[in-house]
Design a protein around this ligand. Sequence first.
Ligand code: SF4
Ligand code: SF4
Length: 69
Amino acid sequence: MSEWVLPEINLDMCDRCGACVEQCPAGAVEMGPEGPFIARPEDCTYCAQCDAICPRGAITVTYEIIWGT
Ligand code: SF4
Ligand code: SF4
């Protein structure tokens, strides 16, 4: 894969509660001045926990389907 596919954070929906920062098992999320962001993309295991625990539905883990040949 040439690019990382990362959880998307919609800052318009986020209330900056910090749950995603506290509960990411990989420590990949940090809170910045604008809100949470994926500070360490290489550490994200794509476990989708942030998507599951965000009370505002502001994080979405999408999946990219790659067809084999
Ligand atoms: S998908 Fe998992 S590892 Fe990646 S940012 Fe969310 S909680 Fe952390
Ligand atoms: S858990 Fe959701 S609402 Fe809370 S800081 Fe993270 S993205 Fe924002």
